[in-house]
Design a protein around this ligand. Structure first.
Ligand code: HEM
Length: 531
């Protein structure tokens, strides 16, 4: 029987590591390109002030780069210590993109980081500039491979993997399909554009601080001009790609999109709730819910969820109730039916292995055939019983684990809505800032400068909430529809997980304070030699 308390601690530990690690990663992804761009202007113009600009922002980028790298390694260990069942079952598949990341992107980053940070006086301008761009490409490539791995967890499809009945593990069958699957691609684009937005907010915000204090004004004006232009493009791209992201989620993870929008009962012309307070509902209450239920209060925009998720204002979007109790009209299976088919697949697997041990070839063949029998045809795609095996594990929980069958609505709803709201704020800020920079009014517009300064922490909040909506929204699965979270965890004693949780917490707090102190000191001291 699963120890839910230990599971929650293991999840909390992973979430803490992921959020802390992801305080650094997007800054690296964005700042690496920003620095390379500043350096390109320096090399093209040959003007010393652009070298000064490049080197100042590079120091801030470098501090973050070093700490970000070390926190990422903790992640990899946690797969082994806390999530060993997950690693054992999907390691052959999940490990492939991570290995490519290590061999290609990591080595690329390490090599060119050395030249970019320490090679100013040792290599020619051209070699240095090339290294800066390759460092940026390397860190962005690294994100690509990680997000391909995450894309597999969000949307595993038979296009790229198979379940080996003899080893009872997943195996990669088509590397290109794994790389090219739209969920992973859109994730990558959303994350990198979010990271470019973060870097632009940071550069604009710090430059605005200098303008407000009347210090380093020429330096600040040049930096802010580049930041306002790049931030405008990046923030619009985040929203456009985010819309595509939501479309992919709606078509691959129906329980997630229903929770992101708090849609309890499915409907045609489904609305987006612009502002609302979702209720915490028991499965009994969900079973008896009526269309529109699920909120204490809400302001909604009719038809928008159908457009977002199905690209059709009149389309039906299933709600949590449809996904738990089924909806015959739309061919949606109930949770109990999925669990029953999954449990039969697990029995087939056991029968197959028992027959194999006994050397009974006929029984092996029969179990294998039943395991791979076609049980459904969803929009022309045939679904094998084997593909539903993950649901079968829930049969060991009371009531088929139905109360764990969907993500908690309130945290997912709020994190998603805060991320989107901040996304629109970034667009507004950059539209105003860019227009003011072009007109030349930004330099005296104290209100806008203050707004940019106070926006500095907000991309970190948006990004953390983005991850929370993606990862809490994927529950109860580590690999959606394939491997439940409670089956992925290492069966450890609770005290071990609690002890390491607090150990990491202390380490992260110390590292976080050290990072912030260094960043503040560099910002306070300002660019060397500037006035
Ligand atoms: C403006 C409108 C936005 C929309 C429509 C949008 C849409 C989405 C969606 C649907 C997801 C969930 C993906 C999943 O569950 O797999 C997501 C995740 C995420 N979002 Fe946003 N987003 C927006 C703005 C932002 C902003 C401004 C940031 C940060 C600056 C951001 C950063 C993230 C991150 C880091 C994730 C998690 C990684 C991922 O799944 O791609 N988003 N976003």
């Amino acid at each position: 029987m699963v120890d839910y308390s230990m599971l929650e601690w293991a999840r909390a530990q992973f979430a803490m590591t992921a959020i802390f690690h992801f305080f650094f990663v997007p800054f690296t992804l964005g700042m690496s390109f920003m620095v390379a761009y500043f350096e390109t202007i320096y090399v093209k113009t040959g003007k010393a002030e652009w070298k000064q600009i490049t080197q100042f922002w590079q120091v801030l980028f470098g501090i973050n780069f070093a700490i970000g790298l070390s926190t990422g390694i903790i992640h990899e260990f946690e797969f082994g210590t806390n999530w060993s069942t997950y690693s054992w079952i999907v390691g052959d598949l999940f490990g492939a993109p991570l290995a490519v990341e290590g061999v290609v992107a990591f080595f690329m980053e390490a090599t060119f980081a050395a030249i970019a940070f320490f090679g100013w006086k040792r290599v020619s301008k051209g070699v240095h500039l090339t290294s800066s761009w390759l460092l940026a490409a390397g860190s962005n490539l690294s994100a690509l491979w990680i997000l391909i791995a995450n894309g597999f967890m969000q949307h595993p499809t038979s296009a790229f993997y198979t379940f080996n009945i003899d080893t009872a593990r997943l195996e990669l069958t088509d590397f290109m399909s794994l790389i090219m699957q739209p969920v992973a691609q859109v994730k990558f684009l959303h994350v990198v554009t979010a990271s470019y937005t973060m870097a632009a907010v940071f550069v604009l915000g710090v430059s605005s601080l200098y303008l407000l204090r009347g210090k380093y004004t020429e330096f600040a004006k040049k930096s802010a001009t580049v930041a306002a232009a790049s931030g405008l493009i990046a923030s619009i791209a985040v929203a456009v790609i985010g819309d595509d992201h939501a479309y992919e989620v709606a078509n691959t993870q129906p329980t997630k999109i229903a929770s992101l929008e708090g849609l309890i009962v499915g409907q045609k012309s489904a609305p987006i709730v612009a502002i609302g307070l979702p209720k915490t509902m028991s499965v009994e209450e969900i079973k008896n819910a009526e269309e529109g239920d699920g909120f204490t209060f809400k302001i909604e925009l009719p038809g928008l969820l159908s457009i977002l998720g199905k690209r059709d204002p009149g389309a039906f979007v299933p709600g949590v109730k449809d996904l738990l109790y089924g909806n015959k009209e739309y061919g949606i299976w109930s949770w109990d039916k999925l669990v029953a088919e999954g449990a039969r697949a697990i029995k087939d697997l056991k029968d197959y292995h028992a027959a194999k041990k006994a050397g009974d070839l006929a029984a092996m063949k029969a179990a294998n055939e039943d395991f791979h029998a076609i049980v459904a045809n969803v929009d022309g795609t045939k679904v094998e019983r084997a593909e539903l095996m993950g649901y079968g594990y829930f049969a060991e929980l009371p009531n088929n684990g139905i109360e764990h069958a969907f993500p908690p609505v309130a945290p997912v709803f709020f994190s998603f809505h805060i991320m989107v709201a901040l996304g629109f704020w970034f667009i507004l800020l950059f539209v105003l800032a860019y227009a003011a920079v072009v007109k030349g009014t930004y330099w005296n517009n104290k209100a806008l400068q203050k707004a940019a300064l106070f926006t500095i922490p907000l991309p970190w909040i948006a990004i953390s909430f983005g991850w929370m909506s993606a990862e809490i929204g994927r529950q109860p699965w580590t690999v959606f529809g394939v491997l439940p979270t409670f089956k992925s965890v290492t069966p450890l004693d609770l005290v071990n997980v609690q002890a390491t949780f607090f150990m990491f917490l202390v380490a992260f707090v110390v590292l976080g304070i050290a990072e912030l102190k260094m960043l503040f000191t560099v910002v306070k001291n300002g660019p060397k030699g500037a006035h």
